[in-house]
Design a protein around this ligand. Structure first.
Ligand SMILES: [Zn+2]
Length: 224
């Protein structure tokens, strides 16, 4: 069996080594112990700093996945390393990427800032549709913001020709605050206008088609 230490040794010389895939698989799907987590967080800043900004996807996406699972209590132990990784992520975020990849970079950036929610769940806007619950009546709603339109509905809009819909209200400049504002501006700065637009809908408002409650979409997104 290949250990985390061996994978790391295999990965570090090549930003596109298949060992990175193994490490990401271990962290995301198998799970790693405390010692391995410490070893990874200690090693990743030096490795990332040797790669050009555009070649940091594997190392910093891995770092983001690890950071998303560092709880508040453990954060101070790794604060220096996570700060170093975060500063290496600045140029990386600006390096050319398609919107799908950029979204994962932005999620990793949020994780390295200690944002436990968007550091893990931001990728859910990739489908231009989210399933959330109405905060008042609990109905499961589709919030759709893409080619299919910009609306909320409790009906299966993908298979039914006519469904009851309510229009979405994207967040205005003044309504964007906190995480929404940071993520939005980071997207604009990187020239990722489609992601920036999706974020206006994520941090904007929807109306429940069952009980007419109007609520902020992002307030109904929870950590899986
Ligand atoms: Zn409702």
């Amino acid at each position: 069996m290949t250990t985390i230490e061996q994978m790391l040794a295999g990965a570090e010389a090549d930003p596109y080594s298949h060992h990175w895939d193994q490490l990401i698989e271990q962290v995301c799907h198998v799970g790693i112990g405390e010692d391995d987590r410490t070893r990874l967080i200690d090693s990743l800043p030096a490795i990332a700093s040797r790669y050009p900004a555009g070649d940091r996807d594997n190392v910093l996406l891995l770092a983001g996945q690890i950071a998303a699972d560092v709880d508040e209590e453990s954060w101070p132990r790794f604060a220096e390393e996570l700060k170093a990784l975060h500063s290496l992520a600045g140029d990386w975020l600006a390096a050319p990427a398609d919107p799908g990849l950029f979204l994962y970079r932005l999620q990793a950036m949020a994780a390295l800032e200690g944002d436990e929610l968007w550091g893990a769940e931001l990728h859910r806007i990739a489908d231009e549709e989210m399933e959330i619950e109405c905060p008042t009546c609990g109905t499961v709603l589709f919030v759709v913001f893409g080619g299919a339109g910009r609306f909320a509905t409790h009906e299966d809009y993908a298979t039914r020709p006519v469904v009851e819909k309510s229009p979405l209200q994207p967040a205005t400049d003044t309504e964007l605050e906190g995480a929404g504002r940071r993520l939005y501006h980071a997207s604009l700065q990187a020239g990722q206008t489609s992601i920036a637009t999706a974020l206006r809908y994520l941090f904007g408002r929807a109306e429940c088609t069952q009980c007419n409650t109007v609520f902020r979409v992002s307030d109904q997104v929870f950590r899986h």
